[in-house]
Design a protein around this ligand. Structure first.
Ligand code: FES
Length: 118
């Protein structure tokens, strides 16, 4: 098994470490995917679906924060489906994002886990 895979990110061929998530590969290639429940200190929780992306041949939109890339995967982060799916979520979460950011800044990691489980 190879250590790297080739994926197509917004029509650009990129090399990615096997097992990396779509979010990680996108970030490494300068593509920002908005997240809400993702925290790099914790295992991906994949509950808000703010980070959804379109992967060709997948049944629906997939959470970029918890979906591992695979050889030949064709990923769209800014397709019409993604934009339409993300807009209501963005509007729903935006009023609480600043509050959450403040909580994260003040609470230790253990408290954040409890907070996220609620
Ligand atoms: S950031 Fe919440 S599901 Fe990915």
């Amino acid at each position: 098994m190879s250590d790297t895979v080739t994926v197509f990110l917004n029509d650009v061929s990129v090399q990615a470490p096997a097992g990396a998530t779509i979010r990680e590969v996108a970030a490494a290639n300068g593509v920002h995917i908005p997240t809400f429940c993702y925290d790099d200190r914790l295992q991906p929780y994949a509950s808000c679906f703010l980070c959804v992306v379109e992967v060709e041949k997948a049944r629906g939109l997939l959470p970029a924060c918890s979906t591992a890339v695979a050889e030949g995967m064709v990923i769209h982060t800014d397709s019409q489906k993604v934009i339409i799916a993300g807009r209501p979520l963005w509007n729903f979460f935006f009023p609480t994002m600043q509050e959450t950011a403040l909580l994260r800044a003040k609470l230790p990691v253990r408290r954040i886990s409890i907070y996220r489980a609620i």
